[in-house]
Design a protein around this ligand. Sequence first.
Ligand SMILES: Nc1ncnc2c1ncn2[C@@H]1O[C@H](COP(=O)(O)OP(=O)(O)OP(=O)(O)O)[C@@H](O)[C@H]1O
Length: 304
Amino acid sequence: METVRPKGERGSVYYFFVNRTSGKGRSVEVWNEIEKILKEKNVQYQAVTTDTKEEALEILKELLCTKQAIQAIVALGGDGTIHSIMNELIGSSVPFSVIPTGSGNDYARARGISKDYRKEIEKLLLNEQKKIDLLEVGNRHCMTVVGIGFDGKVADEANKMKWKRWLGGTAYFFTILKVLLTYKPSEIKLKLNDEERLFKKVWLIAIANHAYYGGGIKICPIAKSNDGKLDICVIHSLPKWRLLFILARVFSGKHVSMKGVEYHQVEKIEVESDEPLFVTADGEMMGQTPTTVSIKKEAFHVMN
Ligand SMILES: Nc1ncnc2c1ncn2[C@@H]1O[C@H](COP(=O)(O)OP(=O)(O)OP(=O)(O)O)[C@@H](O)[C@H]1O
């Protein structure tokens, strides 16, 4: 860790949490460039470079306990890094920011946060803040999308893949095709706010705060994190071959008008299934159904 003094409020420090494992090891390269900019601009900062989330969260926890004046916590990583840091930060008023260096970067994609770190650092130094909604799933929070069913299985397989980080977004695409060969749809009971619905053959349920997951899949194209709503996409009652047509249109978000696709906006959803299904949030495994997801309005302070 290195500290450089100061600009802006005396004693306020920007903390950069650099996940060495995200992307293709890109975080550290990007961090080295960012550090040069911060030194040029005489910005007060500290870097925390970590190989595991446990290590990062322990340091973050200690930092939040010290009452140190924190200007912002900035993550260099992908959606998994954002997920773990956000879950630790929630409840504090410390603002969060991200420089996307992961393989999927769906949070950044949805919010228009670019990989041009120079531009993002300029924005960061303006110190403008806003509050965004989060999804609450069990005792965790999610920034982007909760995936249940087929996509939960895909995320599980993709996370196990050693070569995921070398393929980037394409990793998810290949995994989708692999899971498609064996996956069987399930019977699902949904409670959408107070309305109960039974679906006989559900392939997937996506519950979104932002539009994208899986490295650019625009599953809930109109999802926004400032509307106090969960966007829900249910894909059901289709033969397997028709899923390929949906897949072909989901990257542009045009699948929502297709047969077998239902779209809802609610504040709370409860999901029960005839057999346990994987539940993921921000691409990280959360557990299995049954589960409840609700919106937490303006629950998180962000800077970009
Ligand atoms: N601060 C951290 N330092 C080290 N490892 C972390 C940290 N936060 C999370 N991790 C772990 O690193 C893994 C990979 O990180 P991340 O998901 O950000 O990168 P990615 O998989 O390349 O990007 P994306 O999720 O956008 O596809 C996560 O699944 C998580 O277990």
